[in-house]
Design a binder for this molecule. Structure first.
Ligand SMILES: NC(=O)c1ccc[n+]([C@@H]2O[C@H](COP(=O)([O-])OP(=O)(O)OC[C@H]3O[C@@H](n4cnc5c(N)ncnc54)[C@H](O)[C@@H]3O)[C@@H](O)[C@H]2O)c1
Length: 258
C-alpha cells in the first residue's frame, strides 16, 4: 500500500519509536498521522510540529476501550478514513514474582501490563479495522495494514520481565490469527520485535543495565536508531506480500537472563 495521502493511526506516537514513525510517515512518505497517546503535552506539540493538515493528537488510554473508540471517532471526523494502524503504546513494568519480603508481588501490575501492551494493541487494532474494512481496495487489493510492536523480550524475556515478556509474546501470537481472519477483507497484520533502541524507555534504565544490554548486541554494535524502526514500518505498509510475519529488528541480539 502506497502511503502518500493515506492515514496512519500511531498509538504511543507521542514518544520514542512511535514519534519517529509519525515524523517519518509525514515527512518522508507524505502520509497523515493520528497520534493516540496518554501524553498530551508531547502529543499536542508533535501534532503542531507536523502541521494541522497532516496530524491530529487524540488523548487516548489504549487499555480503555471507550477511550480508544472516542479517539478513533476523532480521527475519522478529521481525516475520513484509516489505512494503517501502528501499535507502539507500551510500558516496560519491571517486576519480580516475589517482592523484597518474599511475598507474591501481586497480580495487579502484571494484569495492568497486559491491559496496556496486549489488550491495548487489540483494542486499537479492532477499532481501526472497523473503519479500514470500509476503504475501497487499492490497486494491490489492500484495504489496510496493521503493525503491532512486540519486543525481543517476547522470545528471550529477562529476569524481571515476566509481565512485559508475556504481554509481548501475546502481541506476536495475536498477529497471525488476525492476519488470517482479515485476509478476507484485504487487511494485512504483521508484528515487529525491536531489540534495543535508544528511546526514552531505554533512557529510563541505569547506566549499568545499559552497558549490559549493549554487550548483547552483535552487529552493528550499537542501540537501534529510531529511523531504522520507522523505515521498517513504512516498508511493511508498502510491501503487499509480507503478511502474518513477525520481524525481529535487533542486530542479532539475543537477550541473556540478566
Ligand atoms: N525502546 C526499545 O528499545 C524497545 C525495545 C523493544 C520493544 N519496544 C516497544 O516499542 C514500543 C515503543 O517503545 P518506546 O521505547 O518508543 O517507548 P516510549 O516510552 O518512548 O513511548 C511509549 C509511548 O506509549 C505511551 N503510552 C503508554 N501507556 C499508554 C496507554 N495506556 N495509552 C496510550 N499511550 C500510552 C506513552 O505515553 C509513550 O508516549 C513499546 O511497545 C515498547 O515495549 C521498545
Amino acid at each position: 500500500m502506497e502511503l502518500r495521502n493515506k492515514v496512519a493511526v500511531i498509538a504511543g506516537g507521542a514518544s520514542g519509536l512511535g514519534r519517529r514513525t509519525a515524523e517519518y510517515f509525514v515527512h518522508e512518505k507524505g502520509a497523515r498521522v493520528a497520534i493516540l497517546d496518554l501524553d498530551e503535552t508531547n502529543g499536542e506539540s508533535l501534532a503542531a510540529l507536523l502541521g494541522e493538515q497532516n496530524a491530529i493528537y487524540c488523548h487516548v488510554d489504549v487499555s480503555d476501550e471507550a477511550s480508544v473508540a472516542a479517539g478513533i471517532a476523532s480521527v475519522i471526523a478529521k481525516f475520513g478514513a484509516i489505512h494503517a494502524c501502528i501499535n507502539c503504546a507500551g510500558v516496560p513494568t519491571p517486576m519480580k514474582i516475589l517482592d523484597r519480603e518474599g511475598k507474591p508481588s501481586g497480580c495487579a501490575r502484571f494484569a495492568k501490563t497486559l491491559a496496556i501492551n496486549l489488550a491495548g494493541t487489540f483494542n486499537v487494532m479492532a477499532h481501526c479495522i472497523e473503519h479500514m474494512v470500509k476503504n475501497p481496495p487499492c490497486d494491490s487489493g489492500e484495504r489496510g495494514v496493521v503493525i503491532n510492536v512486540a519486543s525481543a523480550a517476547a522470545f528471550e524475556g529477562q529476569v524481571g520481565q515476566t509481565a512485559y515478556a508475556s504481554s509481548k509474546a501475546g502481541v506476536v501470537a495475536l498477529s497471525l490469527p488476525a492476519a488470517r481472519e482479515l485476509s478476507a477483507v484485504g487487511i494485512r497484520v504483521n508484528s515487529v520485535a525491536p531489540g534495543l533502541f535508544n528511546t526514552p524507555m531505554a533512557q529510563s534504565v541505569s547506566a549499568k543495565v545499559l552497558d549490559s544490554l549493549l554487550s548483547m548486541i552483535e552487529f552493528p554494535k550499537r542501540f537501534g536508531d529510531m529511523t531504522e524502526f520507522a523505515s521498517l514500518c513504512a516498508y511493511l505498509c508498502e510491501n503487499a506480500y509480507i503478511n502474518g510475519e513477525c520481524i525481529r529488528l535487533d542486530a542479532a541480539t539475543r537477550l541473556r537472563a540478566r
